[in-house]
Design a protein around this ligand. Sequence first.
Ligand code: PLP
Length: 382
Amino acid sequence: MENHKIYLDNAATTKILESAYHAMLPYFGEYFANPGGLHKMASDNRRAIAGARKTIADAIGATEREIYFTSGGTEADNWAIKGIADTAPANRKHIITTSIEHKAVMHTCEYLQRYRGFSVTYLPVCPQGTVNTEDLRRAITPQTALISVMFANNETGVLQPIKEIGEIAREHDIIFHTDGVQALGYVPIDVSELNIDMLSISSHKIYGPKGIGVLYVKDGIPIAPLLHGGNQERNRRAGTENVPGIIGFATALETVRKDMEEEARRLFTLTQLAIEGMLAMPLCRLNGDKIKRLPHIFNVSFENVDPEILQMLLDKQGIVVAGGAACTSGTDQVSHVLLAMGLDERQARGAIRISLGRYNTENHIKTLLAKLPPILEKLRNT
Ligand code: PLP
């Protein structure tokens, strides 16, 4: 990364930590063996994977046998939902999710609707971006096989009432999946305390390498494999293990956990400073709850401003932000998340997402707040 850049797009991806990078290197070199072999080189790598699995299990209050490595958050989400759809009895073909999920969940549910005869309820959210648990109770039917509600939203950072949702799912004997990709490393996640049956997490959002994630599956949850082949991951997820990725993910998680609370407090203070500063600018609105959110993400709209040009002009000044969702930018789509929160199309089009990380400082925020007003003025006058 160019050193002078102020990178405020950490929800899209993060720069790998030195600790994770260095921990991975030997597995590209000397320790290259396929862990499936019968020789010592293989069993050494199996042991390394077992250690990483334990680190990740400990971080979320799970046991090692409940941790399954995947190629990332997208695969974990696909697997959780399709894997339960595959084993659901014919009279339980109903899924409840929300209208603000990441596309990895949303498009998987749409696939099941279109090709597999499932019905899907997309719960609404309030203008602050949270699901109402009474709506969830009302949506449950005897046919409901799965509830999938994200832990925190990737565009707004808004947190959902996960513990309560988990309790409701348990009360009704329905499997509960949550996409914890953005929440991991920023808020405590204990799967048993929160009644979570399946949790998707991804390494590259917490300063680990890309292309590696985990699906936590609680013991006893009847999930069918997504990928068929070899007997890796206890016969549930075939494919030669991504050993460097697994080691890098576990090392990054171990590192971020060490100062998670302190870092979360620091980031929350910095984002509050940024939010206050922006709200003092004309025609700016915060999209999402100011408090019930992840410490590092927020979303703002500037009326009468094209966010793509704003993003471009900030980029020219060395400040990197995202227009709405990283995955939506460039495709001229309006954010489904912001529309679900009740913004009209014009407001939703004017949104940018700012997401901080451990390499950001107060000076970065001060620079952003200083550079924004003249850019906004220029954009509104042209
Ligand atoms: N879920 C959420 C909430 C995300 O923000 C993302 C990535 O942006 C994903 C899933 C997909 O994760 P991955 O990039 O590891 O496939």
